[in-house]
Design a protein around this ligand. Structure first.
Ligand code: AMP
Ligand code: GLY
Length: 420
């Protein structure tokens, strides 16, 4: 099979790595890719937001299967354009991608499906939104309705912060994404994520993970895209997972099908768990980044067969072969991230690191320049390891981190602390 992966981050490097483990893959192209991906696959410069261009490229390169990594192309219908052109695609339609692209849409689907989630109200005018906040009191959560690159959520611990968030969002801080706001009840508990593949009808769990969103050790400081992750997430026990499947995931997937917009692809359910009861925080319609890195290291070659089965509507006959293992990924980020950061610093020591089914450094934001690897993004490397226990995986990952010579970057030393 000739495979095309769309995207350029650590998530896509991990997807490419898993696909390359599978002997059914004859040729792999990643667009646009990055310097790490270029070491294992062909990279192609392509505007992945343009479905027509992607379809033409897929035709020219005799592609049999397209895997869409990030949410942005899904939200503008790139999967639809490819399917219209006759390609097999892993990833939801534009209509189904609204589960990530619109928070109010997701709330409406959850209501219709009876799925437990935070109580909420929706507003397009500042006056009534502020009255509602004053009536509810803090803590309270303010969300821009649309995609805002992970920055559209304010968890306000006091009323003044909440009121200011309303002025920001409705005042255009997030452009069209903030034209409507969802104000939510603050949920307490422990957060974890459940990843399922869906083929429109059948739902198959492919694992759980927890990430570390804050930049600082002990989960302090500003939010980031994720500074590390591990899988499985102990708080998502088999019992909690079964409840999340029965009460949240399956009913919402059935509601989507009932509305004529069946979901196909990977659904990432962010859950808040308290006293063994899960509630939905949010859905994403793609793999988490860096959660994908730990899931791929655990699943290996079968990941491609599972995604292919989801795309072909054959998940009913698929199953996951689990080994009783753990994986962890430590993000190395450029100094200054998540604020403004320096670009172009050189990273040394990568060549000497092991690359096998237990140790992989996935590249998130790198480029090759005159034979050297340089940092080009905020999150730059995902140092990922697998082991029989989380502790073993962690020790392996941090041993690799220690061997990387990159004064321009930093990392958290406590990834996995909650579970260890
Ligand atoms: P989201 O982008 O919806 O995942 O929100 C980002 C983060 O904000 C989540 O991972 C949670 O930590 C937090 N959050 C979102 N909604 C709520 C809520 N209703 N109650 C408490 N925390 C929340
Ligand atoms: N790591 C969080 C996300 O991918 O949204």
């Amino acid at each position: 099979m000739n495979i095309l992966i769309l995207g350029s981050g650590g998530r896509e490097h991990a997807l490419a790595w898993a696909v390359m483990q599978n002997p059914k893959c004859d040729k792999l192209i990643v667009a646009p890719g990055n310097a790490g991906i270029a070491q294992i696959a062909e990279c192609a410069d392509l505007d992945i937001m343009n479905g027509g261009l992607v379809a033409t490229f897929a035709e020219e390169n005799a592609i049999d299967f397209v895997i869409v990594g990030p949410e942005a192309p899904l939200a503008v219908g790139v999967a639809d354009r490819l399917r219209e052109a006759g390609f097999l695609v892993f990833g939801p339609s534009e209509a189904a991608a609204r589960l990530e692209a619109s928070k109010s849409f997701t709330k409406e689907i959850c209501d219709a499906a009876g799925a437990p989630t935070a109580g909420y109200a929706r507003f397009t005018e500042a006056g009534p939104a502020k009255d509602y906040i004053r009536a509810q009191g803090a803590p309270i959560v303010i969300k821009a309705d649309g995609l805002a690159a992970g920055k559209g959520v304010i968890v306000a611990m006091d009323e003044a912060t909440a009121l200011a968030a309303i002025d920001d969002m409705l005042g255009g801080a997030f452009g069209g994404a903030g034209a409507e706001v969802v104000i939510e009840e603050f949920m307490e508990g422990e957060e974890a994520s459940l990843f399922v593949l869906v083929d429109g009808e059948t739902v198959l769990s492919i694992g759980t993970a927890q990430d570390h969103k804050r930049v600082g050790e002990g989960d302090t400081g500003p939010n980031t895209g994720g500074m590390g992750a591990y899988s499985p997430a102990p708080v998502l026990s088999a019992e909690v997972e079964a409840r999340a499947m029965d009460e949240i995931v399956r009913p919402t997937m059935a509601e989507m099908a009932r509305r004529g917009m069946p979901f196909q692809g990977v659904l990432y359910a962010g859950l808040m768990i308290k006293d063994g009861a899960p509630r939905l925080v949010e859905y994403n319609v793609r793999f988490g980044d860096p959660e994908c890195q730990v899931l791929m290291l655990r699943l290996g070659a079968q990941a491609m067969d599972l995604m292919h089965a989801a795309a072909e509507g054959r998940l009913g006959e698929a199953q996951v072969n689990w080994s009783d293992d753990h994986a962890i990924t430590v993000v190395m980020a450029a100094n200054g991230y998540p604020g403004s950061y320096e670009k172009g610093s050189e990273i040394k020591g990568l060549d000497a690191l092991p690359e096998d089914s237990r140790n992989m450094v996935f590249h998130a934001g790198t480029a090759a320049r005159e034979g050297a690897i340089v940092a080009t993004g905020g999150r730059v490397l995902n140092v990922t390891a697998r082991g029989d226990s989380l502790g073993e995986a962690r020790d392996r990952a941090y041993a690799m981190v220690a061997a990387i010579d990159w004064p321009g970057g930093f990392y958290r030393r406590d990834i996995g602390w909650r579970a260890l």
